[in-house]
Ligand binder design. Sequence first.
Ligand SMILES: *Cc1c(COP(=O)(O)O)cnc(C)c1O
Length: 385
Amino acid sequence: MPNLPIYLDNAATTPVDLRVVDAMLPYLTAQFGNPASGTHVFGQAASRAVERAREHVAALINAQPAEIAWTSGATESNNLAIKGAAFANARRGKHMVTVATEHKATLDTMHWLETQGFAVTVLAPESNGLISLDNFSNSLRADTVLASVMLVNNEIGVIQNVAALGRICRERGVLFHVDAAQATGKLPIDLATLPIDLMSLTAHKTYGPKGIGALYVRNAPQVRIECQMHGGGHEHGLRSGTLATHQIVGIGECFRIAREEMATEVPRIRAQRDRLWDALRALDGVRLNGDLQQRVAHNLNISIANCDLPLAALTEVAISSASACIIGQASHVIAALGDVGSSETTAMVMRITVGRFNTDADIAFAARYLHDKIKTHRAVKQKAA
Ligand SMILES: *Cc1c(COP(=O)(O)O)cnc(C)c1O
């Protein structure tokens, strides 16, 4: 019998790997120095730890350590990348392109820029969640300075073709920002070959702590962005503030582990996800949201017709219906897929995301539990009707 409830909401956040906790602890105690205090061993030890972490983060995405700037997470990275590029390039143009299924950290930043005199095109995806390269290409204008497209969608797990999108941006002289918060440790990322200028990263979706992330800023060709946080000129002037050594050590360690273990972890998680899908697709009226092939291994997002079971009634499994950031609202991602996702008023949406610490016993229990709950709920409703 597995430990209940079973956590299957790993796209919202992941538990911190205990190896990461162990790596962080000394930097909260004996090694408490300020990494900017170069005059003594306390500061020097902290600074060395920060630079080691920068190497681990850069290695996971095949970038140079000097291209990594620390932030508080992907929300801040998206703000810094998008506002920073918008203001640094405003004399060239004031048009930006993004997609309706992006995270709110991107969409809300873009909408704020509209209040500052920028124009934003928000593309609709195809019904499988992917964006058409033709639509994307046609949306770029002479005054477009930046396009922002996520690598992996946080709700439906689809993987956008950022290599092709980036090539289009390069040809047209448009900067390309990619939110990769959901992609680290889930698929290989090679910035030596991908035509991407700015990439947002965060630790807490990859078994690291909350409150730490990074922005990749390409240095060849050098991408210029305007800083949003002034004071002290840390991080080459990109983001001021005393570095949170323990948090930075945490993101370094969780990305180091991700790089080492991704190849064995992903197939195991894919098999577990597929077992859940097999159990649920055996029911009538269950449909997968988002493309099944162009999709990360841990994500299952389904619409279930004739079922209005509240998620809170599923006390033994922790799952969600949408991104954790927009609790209480219908999903803007599912809505953007068109009538496929959201037409029936009594359809419920479940996002189930498997993680590193789910056992086969967890998956067997959850598959049976969810299958039975839906079946029973439908039977009771039918009787009452
Ligand atoms: C979680 C998430 C964010 C926000 O990251 P934080 O580190 O929590 O600020 C941004 N984009 C995507 C795609 C996410 O999944």
